[in-house]
Design a protein around this ligand. Structure first.
Ligand SMILES: Cc1cc2nc3c(=O)[nH]c(=O)nc-3n(C[C@H](O)[C@H](O)[C@H](O)COP(=O)(O)OP(=O)(O)OC[C@H]3O[C@@H](n4cnc5c(N)ncnc54)[C@H](O)[C@@H]3O)c2cc1C
Ligand SMILES: *[C@@H]1O[C@H](CO)[C@@H](O)[C@H](O)[C@H]1NC(C)=O
Ligand SMILES: *[C@@H]1O[C@H](CO)[C@@H](O)[C@H](O)[C@H]1NC(C)=O
Ligand SMILES: *[C@@H]1O[C@H](CO)[C@@H](O)[C@H](O)[C@H]1NC(C)=O
Length: 345
């Protein structure tokens, strides 16, 4: 039985470990510099997410496959694993730009998607639809994943490495190393995937237990969203900044976010205006963006005369949650030499 080491304990590393364990890989260790439950740091993306389960896989066939697999798994978890805290959540999506591919994919992927008649759209919006998907609390989901990892007998430990070969050396006898480091490569001094970029996202967590609908408004250069969590708090946002790396929340951006989300749904403050929010926290997270989208790829290397299989699974940008289960299944398929299978999830 091959010995597998997974570098990275974010949503991608944890779900990859679970899928491999349930599909025949018995000897798995997860190792990460940061683990769920640690104090928040800008080097570890997963605790910062909304998280909503939508899809941006308009024209990318691989990502469509991945998101579809993930979507079916979240549907199962709503029914069979209430502890995960994944909830069905109706949604409204507005777009200020014509995008037939995005609209068609939404109708195909989501349950109960219906177009909103043009005369009922807000000013400046060219198309809109109502749909049904899922939302969750990212920190709660991560702790549920960790509990599952432990239940399945997967080791999870802390460790920092500078290269994948160093991981293989440390875990003497590792046959397979999986790179789930997200932004990790950016902070390494020796090797860097130059196409990985930390995309700054500022959000505000507000308390608004009466809000039960996720809402999005997409423009040419703004993306406004409202993501209710099961605990009565709501993540509102956001920004998508490829340049600025400031880790401090900017109060002017917070005001702009609150103004935009209030316009999108005044019910957030019961119609009392954008100054009446019950703000819990202002957040800045960095998405692990990658120029050519995710990298899910297998390489066989020679490591001191021994065969070492490396699989990359990183670069999930703004969609690490919605793509996690499907990405893990793709890793499994690569390890099974590309054989497509009905994985146990
Ligand atoms: C504001 C915001 C909102 C978001 N909202 C959503 C959403 O609604 N839906 C959605 O699907 N996605 C959302 N995302 C995106 C999502 O959070 C990410 O795509 C996802 O968390 C990436 O997970 P990951 O496991 O690849 O990386 P990470 O969570 O960053 O995990 C990386 C792991 O690798 C470890 N590591 C890295 N380098 C090393 C090293 N050299 N040695 C040892 N360990 C190392 C880290 O310590 C960590 O354990 C959002 C992101 C942000 C910032
Ligand atoms: C879809 O709509 C039907 C009819 O309105 C409803 O019965 C069903 O519960 C909806 N499904 C979901 C997942 O919302
Ligand atoms: C993961 O892969 C990327 C791309 O090859 C590389 O830049 C990065 O250093 C790798 N991570 C580690 C810890 O080796
Ligand atoms: C980055 O953003 C911070 C916070 O909004 C701001 O203070 C700073 O001036 C910005 N830096 C650049 C280079 O734009």
């Amino acid at each position: 039985m091959p010995k597998v080491v997974i570098l990275g304990a974010g949503v991608i590393g944890l779900t990859t470990a679970i899928v491999l364990r349930k599909n025949g890989f018995d000897d798995i260790t997860i190792v990460g510099k940061y683990l769920p439950g640690d104090d928040l740091t800008h080097e570890f993306t997963s605790p910062w997410a909304g998280a909503s389960i939508v899809s941006f896989a308009f024209e990318n066939k691989l990502l469509q496959d991945i998101d579809l697999i993930s979507f079916q798994e979240f549907e199962r978890q709503v029914k069979e694993a209430p502890e995960a805290g994944v909830m069905h959540c109706p949604g409204v999506h507005y777009s200020e730009i014509e995008d037939p591919a995005a609209e068609a994919w939404a109708h195909k992927l989501y349950t109960n998607t219906t177009s909103i008649p043009k005369d009922q759209l807000p000013k400046g919006v060219v198309f809109g639809y109502k749909f049904q998907s899922f939302t969750m609390s990212a920190p709660r989901y991560l702790s549920w994943l960790v509990a599952n990892v432990q239940k399945l007998g997967i080791a999870i430990e802390r460790g920092t490495f500078e290269a994948l070969s160093q991981v293989a050396d440390h875990y003497d006898g590792a046959d397979i190393v999986i790179n789930c480091t997200g932004l990790g490569s950016l902070f390494l001094t020796d090797v860097q995937d130059k196409t990985v970029n930390a995309i700054r996202g500022q959000t505000v967590l507000v308390n608004a237990p009466h809000i039960k609908t996720q809402m999005y408004r997409e423009g040419p250069d703004v993306y406004t969203y409202i993501i209710p969590r099961p605990d009565g708090n709501v993540i509102v946002g956001g920004t998508l900044d490829y340049v600025n790396k400031s880790t401090v929340a900017d109060p002017a951006i917070t005001r702009d976010i609150l103004k935009r989300v209030y316009e999108l749904n005044p019910e957030l403050t019961h119609g009392k205006g954008p100054d009446a929010f019950n703000v819990v926290s202002q957040n800045v997270g960095f998405r692990p963006g990658r120029k050519d989208s995710v990298r899910i790829e297998k390489q066989v290397r020679d490591n001191h005369g021994k065969k070492l299989t490396v699989v990359h699974n990183y670069g999930h940008g703004a969609h690490g949650y919605q793509s996690c289960w499907g990405s893990a299944v793709k890793v499994l398929e690569l390890l099974n030499d590309g054989v497509q299978l009905k994985a146990k999830l």
